[in-house]
Ligand binder design. Sequence first.
Ligand code: SAT
Ligand code: MN
Length: 589
Amino acid sequence: MATAPYLLAALSDISKNVSTWVAEVATLTTPDRIHWCEGSDADIAALRGELVARGELRELNQQTNPGCYLYRSDPTDVARVEHLTFVCTAAQDDAGANNNWMAPVEARARMRGLFQGCMRGRTLYVVPYCMGPLDSPYARCGVEITDSAYVVLNMAIMTRMGRAALERIAGDETFVRGLHSTGDLDPARRYIMHYPEELAIESFGSGYGGNALLGKKCHALRIASWQARTEGWLAEHMMIVGLESPAGETHYVAAAFPSACGKTNLAMLIPPDSMPGWKVYTIGDDIAWLHPGEDGRLWAINPESGYFGVAPGTSRKTNRNACEMIRRDTLYTNVAVTANNEPWWQGCDENAPATDWLGRLYDPANGPAAHPNSRFTVSAQHNPAYTAAVEDPRGVPISALIFGGRRRELAPLVYEARSWRHGVLVAASVASETTAAAEGAVGVVRRDPMAMKPFCGYDFGDYFQHWLRIGARLRRAPRIFHVNWFRQDAAGKFLWPGYGENLRVLAWILDRCAGRGGAHEGSIGLLPRPQDLQLAGLNLSDAVLRDLTEVPAAALRAELVGVRSYLDSLGPRVPSALYEELEAALQRL
Ligand code: SAT
Ligand code: MN
């Protein structure tokens, strides 16, 4: 086994626990080489060069898109695989009805068989990473061992990766152990295993996104949610955005929506021309770690340092900042390419596709040119709405928590929960149409509490209880809201323009938090009256506005009954407080 001794000597000496584990894994997986990732620009550039030379990475047009590359994944490996994702706790009840479960011994044995010798002929990369600012007490570290150079390139953008992270690990020797191999990409030999009690992850047979970039969903949500419950904080599937009003007041809000429902666009929102003076700062677009502060408020850090965003639909009209952000130094996955070697996807303003995501000559008969779940990976620092607050080790104080999904009907544009406890019920009731971010049917409504259905590393009943406990600790708890940008009329036309215009809804939310926004009591919660929303310049008819802010009682009753049977399906640990809230909501009808 050849190694680069000068690199190995430098990095492998930093943490004894890491190097012992790397040696164990190398014995099991028998790689040809071991590469410890420095995380330096030179290290990354060299790796990228190797991939380009091997034909695994394609250089895009460096005149128009400097620093941009395209990776084409295996056609059978384009989304998260929820049915192959397991939480392996000693007691099955701890994983809950919301997770696939396997006994840890059984899972370990199965994975051992798969990992045995799987890196023969390959390089084993050691990827030390830190989730959160390196100097934050709330940050947590991990080491991912992988045989995919593409994964390394992504981790270098998405996390604080390399030597500094390893040095932080050496400080207390706690880290999440993530072992990943692309294996042979056979969908029949693909598993994503989590061992929250051992702070460990094993992923085999996929090189894609949330299956393979273990810092993201596996660590920062599934393992971290477990750690958060033990330690008294929350790991959530939320974007975080700062909003500065024309009066110069800045408030931060965090919002949870399921994958591919617009978190990135909301985090990078561009104020409409009719709302001059507003400024928007992005803190994060996917994950928030939330801590009760000594001041009784809830504080948030973004554990990630980049965006792994959905490309289709990103245009100057929907997200001007993102278009600027991904013009340079961006790693694209499964997008199409123009005749001029520029990246292309559905919704692009310019050009036309020449080759599709599979590299074939584009033919509309073959389906969309870019895969619907094609992605861009880019550093957060390239975002025009970047703010140094991202690096604040304390995080930012949160004024409002927002939940939502993609719902054609029922859920109104916005409403406020009556209390924290009611808010937890509202969040637990979130339902959304499924998207291309996960394998399976698209457009089917399913329950997705807190947008955490695929990501909560333990029993949902315990999780709701934990949410109630956190609320009880907060003297200045954020208010809780529910939004829905996706209401449609009978003809399937969206009732609300969305995108930048969503600032009108956020402005009402901030008014409510400041104690000045008006509302009326509806049966679902507190709703804005027409005069409470800034609607100048929108041209919404009274009828559409009514449709957006009213909920028919019969439909709401049916929804609540549906929520009750959903909670029943989650087993005996669902807190009785949520059932009491539910009964109260039914009474109000
Ligand atoms: O594939 S990821 O989990 O990283 C993206 C997503 O589904 O939200
Ligand atoms: Mn996500």
